[in-house]
Design a protein around this ligand. Sequence first.
Ligand SMILES: [Mg+2]
Length: 227
Amino acid sequence: MKALIFDLDGTLVDTVYAHVLAFQLAFAESGIPIEAWRIHRHIGMSGDLLTQAVTRDSGLKASPQKLEAIEKCHGKLLHKLLPKPQPLPGAVQLLKDLRRKGILHGIATSGKPAEMKLALQDLHLSKDIVVINRKDAPLAKPEPDLFLECQKRLGVPPQECYAVGDAIWDLLAARRAGMLSLAVLTGGYSKDELIAAGAYRVFDNAEDLLGHLGELGLTPKQNARTS
Ligand SMILES: [Mg+2]
């Protein structure tokens, strides 16, 4: 394998539950009461799909304009609730080690540019890292477009990439992109759910993944060129 493509929220940064609360408050401001767990089950897919799915699953109805307003309100509330998203355990070290070892990697997130910028700020990324967000592909997860765009920019075929995520939506998108997937528990999904959705391996968090990096058959970039 030649590359790792990471999801961002819940995989590298601890933002899932802040997203849940921001969406719940945004729905409430529009007069729509939604239980938090229903929102959590859809975190990781694009915001427009999430607002549609959550409203439908709750047996409620809202106009497309209202759903768009809820999504915008969520963005503002998230910024207030979590102005400084924290990296998850091991995330910074994992990215540092991948750079040191010359293993190709990128980030592909369903998040919008402003949310993404905030979440990336403490990950200490290299300036040239490939980061794909909602604006870079026509459709977000669970469509495979974001992972495929990242893979193209890394210059590695899909079958040589692992997609790494915390949500079943990442794993569905990875399958559809033709990539093996690795999962972490830091987004709140259970190991059983992640394996059922297609994860090849499930790790507690990025730190645990880093501890098992040697078992994943990853080839450094310079070696990959000559092989
Ligand atoms: Mg995620």
